[in-house]
Design a protein around this ligand. Sequence first.
Ligand SMILES: [Zn+2]
Ligand SMILES: [Zn+2]
Length: 146
Amino acid sequence: MVSKRDQTQILIMSTSKPEITKRQQQLLDELKRCTDELSGQELHRQLHNGEKAMGLTTVYRNLQQLVKQGLIRSRHLPNGEVLYAPVERDIHHLTCVSCGETTQLQGCPVKTMEMPKKASQKFELLFHTLEYFGLCQNCSQELNAG
Ligand SMILES: [Zn+2]
Ligand SMILES: [Zn+2]
């Protein structure tokens, strides 16, 4: 059971504007500037030349914070890599489990789906994820040939 007091605190947390640090803002700006998703490594590299440079651990720690605040989304690839993008960007992918090649999907199949009313009243939706995994044409041909 959640007590009345706890419920109020949760409400305050979800309605107040998230406070982000200068570094988090820099990472967010960088992700917004780039049309593609970026990994922590790539962000680290992009910020490397300039006064915005920060260590890789710092990059990951701040990315984690941004995810928690619902400002960016993360996507895990089969090879363990994590890619980040601004939360408002609604893009889905087809990913090959064999070579990791990623293709963007046109449109969003989830957009037309509705969350059950009861759930949506108690939950402020920030973003959703949807991914398709399979074999790309090359890998599938290779498998069939072998
Ligand atoms: Zn493949
Ligand atoms: Zn979508």
